[in-house]
Design a protein around this ligand. Structure first.
Ligand code: VG1
Ligand code: CO
Length: 544
């Protein structure tokens, strides 16, 4: 079949952010926009010629059209084999699983994760490497560099591939295999956890749970795993049908966006367990009756209990947390005598540590938790981990949480997001903080004394690569911290994230309300960064 060469010119701003290239759908719909980016991936990674590639997305608006474009470009550029999820669907962790299982040269994930979907909302594309993880910065930088010089892309003139028909077909010289997007992933979960124990818990007659798929990609995965394989009652999975616009909501599993589920856990007859995942299935929220587990605490609890679960019985080698994530995991690592790494925000920074066997578990405060079973954060994996733990310990979520605080102390934690802030104002605010840094150590702010203040830089311990300007970190003598950074996943204006943490060793004070407990620190953070004068905002838009 004849390869068609189309002349093109570069688009500005195709730099991948924290997790791939994210833009409004309308931006992606411009003729040549997606083609340029995909061709830049193919030009940057010569191993894809003659190699194989996994392709799928979270089912949001424009997913199917984008997949057809990618299949034609991949075929025209000599990719030998394409593995595509039926219906064009794959969760992010499932792509990671499939890349690793079938040893492909990489994968392309179509998603804007927790951002809303629809014709006026967001779309995204991300390249994952042969280890199954998000491409490291060296690769995303090279792809971006290529987008700035690109002058042609290669494609084929072919009718659309039927994405709903499982089996093998060909496109030009390329073999396309449409596979069940759920099976390989569900099999992996079954190998890691004690499904009998969880099955028993579900059938004990006194355990009520719901999983909220938020009309996003985890619906089919959760129905297969929780209801079909583990025997949870039909209806355990709510909002289980993936929709192109996620039913008009934010597919973001947190207290602000998963209110329907949160409400079900309240009261004396609230659910024993509630969990939710995001647009592309890599995030998780864990709830118990009248109880919310912060993602930072969740990572620490999983680390402290991993040896109780079949897949982690040998113990864990090390832990990594993203810099803004609370230091609760460090306390567990110290107790276990293992390393705890602090990496910049974004899952791509965990890949080298996982590949080198230095860590087993890793997590982010942004509802991301994962392990060395894949190279992405993994929402349903975290949910199954918790279910397995509940089955083994025969305790409630609240009991496990309180017990953890009693053993290790509590790292109170909250994140305040100021969304849609004027870009210049946000950058001005960060510059202002940067200028303050040298004079901060030793200064008294409210009741706290600054012990260090820096703009976080990370040297990868495996390949020595350096990532600078990863967020402003202010540490206090008490162990409290304030972190400021600008989001790298938004598509309009800037989002300022302020992360706050304070350590409380005294169990008598562990049950205070988080926002009350954090108030003094919140006030310090607002004043120091001049948030109100610089952004015009008196209160954050989202508090998690
Ligand atoms: C946010 C989170 C970050 C996460 C990223 C991708 O990035 O803070 O921890 O890795 O989203 O998550 P930012 O730059 O907006 O703070 V998601 O579930 O893509 O994929
Ligand atoms: Co996500």
């Amino acid at each position: 079949m004849e390869t068609i060469r189309i002349a093109t010119t570069p688009f500005e701003g195709q730099r991948p952010g924290t997790s791939g290239l994210r833009k409004k759908v309308k931006v992606f719909q411009q003729p040549g926009y997606l083609e340029n980016f995909v061709q830049s991936i193919l030009d940057t990674l010569p191993e894809l010629r003659g190699g194989s590639l996994v392709v799928g997305g979270d089912g949001r608006y424009f997913n199917r059209e984008a997949i057809q474009v990618i299949l034609r470009l991949a075929a025209a550029n000599g990719v030998r084999r394409l593995i595509v999820g039926r219906g064009g669907l794959f969760s992010t962790p499932a792509v990671s699983c499939v890349i690793r299982k079938y040893k492909t040269q990489g994968g392309i994930v179509l998603s804007a994760s927790h951002n809303p979907g629809g014709p006026d909302e967001d779309f995204g594309i991300k390249f994952n490497s042969a280890n199954g993880g998000p491409a490291p910065e060296s690769v995303t930088d090279a792809i971006f560099a290529r987008t700035k010089t690109i002058d042609r892309y290669l494609t084929l003139d072919t009718p659309p591939v039927d994405l709903d028909q499982p089996g093998v077909c060909t496109l030009g010289e390329t073999e396309i295999e449409i596979i069940d997007p759920v099976r390989d992933y569900a099999d992996l979960m079954e190998a890691l956890f004690d499904f009998d124990a969880i099955h028993h818990l579900f059938n004990s007659g006194h355990f009520q749970m719901r999983f909220d798929a938020m009309h996003a990609i985890t619906g089919p995965y959760a129905i297969e795993i929780l209801e079909n394989r583990l025997g949870a009652a039909p209806g355990t999975v709510m909002n289980g049908v993936p929709l192109e616009d996620f039913g008009g909501g934010h597919p973001d599993p947190n207290l602000a966006h998963a209110q329907e589920l949160v409400a079900l856990t309240h009261g004396s007859d609230g659910l024993d367990f509630g969990a939710a995942s995001d647009g592309d299935g890599d995030r998780n929220m864990i709830l118990g009756r009248n109880c919310f587990v912060t993602p930072s605490d969740s990572l620490a609890i999983l680390a402290a209990n991993a040896h109780l679960l079949p897949g982690y019985r040998q113990g864990i080698r090390g832990i990594a947390r993203s810099m803004p994530t609370s230091q609760a995991a460090n306390r567990v690592a110290d107790f276990l005598g293992i390393e705890c790494f602090e990496t910049p925000t974004g899952w791509k920074f965990f890949g080298n540590l996982l590949d080198a066997g230095r860590i087993t578990l890793c997590g982010e405060e942004s509802f991301g938790t994962g392990s060395d079973h894949v190279r992405e954060k993994d929402g349903l994996w975290a949910v199954l981990f918790w279910l397995n733990l509940l089955a083994v310990r025969q305790q409630s979520v609240a009991e496990i949480l309180t017990d953890h605080w009693r053993r290790f102390g509590r790292n109170f934690y909250t994140r305040h997001d100021y969304e849609g802030v004027d870009l210049e104002a946000a950058e001005g605010l960060v510059d202002h903080l940067r200028r303050l840094l040298p004079d901060l150590p030793g200064r008294q702010l409210g009741a706290e004394t600054v012990s260090y203040a820096d703009d976080f830089a990370y040297t990868d311990p495996i390949d020595g690569s350096v990532s600078e300007r990863q967020g402003i970190r202010i540490g206090f003598a008490s162990g409290a911290r304030i972190v400021y950074r600008l989001s790298g996943t938004g598509t309009s204006g800037a989002t300022l994230r302020v992360y706050l943490e304070y350590f409380e060793p005294n169990p008598a004070l562990h049950h205070r309300d988080t926002q009350d407990a954090m108030r003094p620190l919140v006030l310090i953070a607002r004043e120091l960064a001049q948030i109100e004068t610089r952004t015009g905002r008196t209160e954050p838009d989202v508090v998690t």
